[in-house]
Design a protein around this ligand. Structure first.
Ligand code: DAT
Ligand code: MG
Length: 150
């Protein structure tokens, strides 16, 4: 089992696509482990995107992530990191494959609706950045044997 951090970024909330995007992860079979709506401040946004600190688009990216509410969630399941990234699609919405979240709903590189951790290691640090340990739940969905197999 793996956990991954997903952000439904401010454009997703503003465009009322939260249920659509969250539903795609749920229908895939990933389990919700944590969920909250919050307004990220500059410090949180800068830490979240710290790896891009030196990129020319960094100030705009931080401004974007702090421009409205974000839905932060933790999803759990087998290979959750890669599974979620595949559902999300390529970074540039204009190039993302149809059928992916960005391919179906985004046209922009920056305003691409959703963030998903890109490795198990980064997922762990990103989850710790956005959630307190006590905000994470552990439960076994009743249909787990049907979804995950045995
Ligand atoms: P991803 O979100 O697919 O993991 P990333 O980690 O390379 O992509 O970049 C983080 C975010 O930064 C991305 O969701 C949108 C923004 N971004 C990336 N490349 C960009 C660019 N060339 N111009 C503007 N924004 C960019
Ligand atoms: Mg990334």
């Amino acid at each position: 089992m793996e956990r991954t951090l997903i952000l439904l970024k401010p454009d997703c909330v503003q465009r009322r696509l939260v249920s659509e995007v969250l539903g795609r992860f749920e229908r895939k079979g990933l389990r919700l482990a944590a969920l909250k709506l919050l307004q990220a401040d500059k410090a949180l946004a800068e830490r979240h995107y710290a790896v891009h600190r030196e990129r020319p688009f960094f100030p705009s990216l931080v401004q974007f992530l702090t421009s409205g509410p974000t839905v932060a969630l933790v999803l759990e399941g087998p290979n959750a990191v890669v599974v979620a990234r595949n559902l999300i699609g390529a970074t540039d919405g204009a190039k993302a494959a149809p059928g992916t979240i960005r391919g179906d709903f985004a046209l922009s590189v920056q305003n691409n609706l959703v963030h998903g951790s890109d490795s198990v290691e980064n997922a762990q640090s990103e989850i710790a950045l956005w959630f307190k340990p006590e905000e994470l739940t552990s439960f076994q969905p009743v249909d787990a044997p049907w979804v995950v197999g045995s």
